[in-house]
Write a protein that binds this ligand. Sequence first.
Ligand SMILES: [Cu+2]
Length: 211
Amino acid sequence: MRLLLFLLTLLSPVLALAGHRMDMDSMVMNENPVNLPEGCPKIAGDKTITVKAGRKFAGNFPGAVFAYDQQSWDIPPCTRLTIRFINKDHIRHQFMVHGLPEKTYPQGMFTIEVSGPGEESASLILPPSKKTYLVHCDIAQHTEHGMKAQLKVAGGDRDLASLPGLTRPARPDTYPTRWTVSSVFLLLLALAGGGLLVWLLRWLWQSMISE
Ligand SMILES: [Cu+2]
């Protein structure tokens, strides 16, 4: 028994370290540094980008809570792109790309996820044609709150909407007045009330000066 306790004491720093490693856990889905997407005769080149994610990058954008440190990247076709994804927050964030060719990327997706703070790197080979891919964090409400970007290949085929600091929302956030029977009634009531008040004040004023 004593020997066991002694061994456990010796092992405790190792166990603590192992626990710490589990704190910062990360996940990569559909990494692809080798398979050429259809239409790419060879890997055109290698490129690495560093993407930071967290609350602190939302500061410049009104209404945003989370953001990446950059909202748009433009990469040549058939490039092997390595993404170094750094999560600065103490919660989970993702770098998720959509719309990739499904033959090479199941469900057209590529994802790096980090429960932060921490970082993870992974590579993918980009397709050959001019297209804009959606990049976002799929954790509930993170996209709506600003964690949205675009990855353009060969200049892209468009700009996505609602990119913090870059593009306008697809649907403007307006609050039009809807006229219903009850809203018209309330408006008339308010007008009548206002008229009554003015009449009452005039009556009071006149009765005061006539005294
Ligand atoms: Cu997130």
